[in-house]
Design a binder for this molecule. Structure first.
Ligand SMILES: Cc1ncc(COP(=O)(O)O)c(C=O)c1O
Length: 400
């Protein structure tokens, strides 16, 4: 079977690359087939050995002797993502959280310390703070608004700085360049969860990060029906992650790899539209005095400045910080929305909403939230933005 992945430099624009890459000329199909395999059959024992020798020489070349290492279907997705990330390689995992786990597990050992952004995705917080502690790996959280809390906590044991940008639910945009220069000065590895921006809007490996995580469950798949993750790496950490990946067996299956590859064909089109829709909704929300909009919209804000410095665009996920002593009115506002589904995740074609009450915000150390303040998260989908604004407008009458 012959596959062709078009050379990125030949196709100039990544938008064109996404549409033309990975055609299967053997089967004359626009998309490559799903190759499912546990056993991979060879012509002879010598052939197995030859493939293994090739894999040893070129571990990212797509030479497999067993299904756990992947098939051509996962290999194609990895090659496309490597071009999108402009990284040395991309590993694909069964979930986004699997990529978070793989990144941290690959580079930390008992006795190490890691410094993590305070507003990370709550399962990442739970994993680092509670689970890693049992393996004698200590986590210190830093304030995304005060990088002195990062710098002063660096010790000889610090192995990794783990950033999530923007912060989960509070959408704090951080000074990524400054974080990288602190890491460089102290010879510490860096990882970032870039699910919000995706490499379409921010390329962390080019910026200087060693590892970059994206939950493929979100914008890559784009249709709320697949789970997956990607971990882009620099050459410096490749071998460590490769060893950890093989030992843990954390690999995406071919059916999910196929669906994510299919989603990627329209990543640029969808993200451009999410951005435009979110901008219109943000313009409407920013005029309301009942809450603070958590999205890089107001040009004079610190958040806007930090976003503008590093990103080429913004996705569709935003938040509101609502001050109200009447929690029932906040609940009523959220429950009166007709076009926003209530459910976890985001990045699909449809709009979603979540209300996080104060008591549900966990044990963040630097959370800037009073007891009578509430966080509401919107994912702005691909609907007509005027319909979304009209829906929010009618629900807002309940907010007191
Ligand atoms: C920022 C961020 N990172 C990682 C994840 C984990 O991804 P998954 O749900 O694919 O495991 C999520 C999921 O919501 C997320 O929001």
């Amino acid at each position: 079977m012959s596959f062709r992945v078009i050379n990125f430099f030949m196709s100039k624009s990544f938008k064109t690359f996404l549409k033309h890459t990975a055609k299967d000329f053997h089967n004359q199909s626009v998309n490559p087939p799903v190759v499912r395999a546990s056993t991979i059959i060879f012509k002879s024992m010598q052939d197995i050995r030859k493939t293994q020798a090739k894999a040893q020489k070129n571990p990212i070349g797509g030479h497999y002797d067993y299904g756990r290492q992947g098939t051509s279907t996962t290999h194609i997705l990895q090659k496309i993502l490597t071009k999108l990330e402009e990284s040395y390689h991309v590993f694909t995992t069964p979930t986004g959280f699997g990529a978070v786990f793989l990144a941290i597990f690959s580079v930390t050992r008992p006795g190490d310390e890691i410094i993590v952004a305070d507003p990370v995705y709550s399962p990442t917080r739970l994993f680092t703070e509670k689970f890693l502690k049992e393996f004698d790996i200590k986590t210190i959280f830093y304030n995304p608004r005060d990088l002195k809390t990062l710098e002063k906590n660096i010790s000889k044991r610090t192995k990794l700085i783990f950033v999530e940008n923007p912060g989960s639910n509070t959408f704090d945009f951080q000074d990524l360049g400054k974080i990288l220069s602190i890491a460089k000065k102290n010879k510490i590895l860096t990882a970032i969860d870039n699910t919000w921006g995706t490499p379409y809007f921010l390329k962390p490996i080019k910026l200087g990060f060693d590892m970059s995580i994206v939950s493929a469950t979100k914008y890559y798949s784009g249709h709320s029906d697949v789970m997956g993750g990607s971990l882009a790496v620099s050459k410096r950490v490749f071998q460590k992650v490769y060893n950890a990946e093989r030992i843990t067996g954390l690999r995406l299956g071919p059916d999910d790899a196929y669906l994510i590859t299919r989603g990627l064909r329209t990543l640029d089109v969808r993200l451009d539209r999410h951005r435009e829709n979110a901008k219109k909704v943000a313009a409407f929300l920013s005029k309301n005095k009942k809450f603070k909009l958590l999205y890089p919209f107001k040009k004079n804000s610190e958040n806007f400045r930090m976003w503008k410095k590093y990103y080429s665009g913004a996705s569709g996920l935003m938040g509101l910080k609502i001050k109200s002593k009447n929690i029932n009115s906040v609940r009523k506002f959220v429950n009166s929305l007709n076009l926003f589904g209530y459910g976890y995740s985001w990045g699909g074609f449809e709009s979603l909403v979540l209300h996080q009450e104060f008591r549900e915000t966990g044990n963040r150390k630097y959370l800037d939230l009073a007891k009578d303040e509430h966080l509401v998260r919107f994912h702005i989908g691909l609907e007509d933005p005027n319909d979304l604004i009209a829906d929010i407008k009618q629900a807002l009458r309940h907010l007191k």
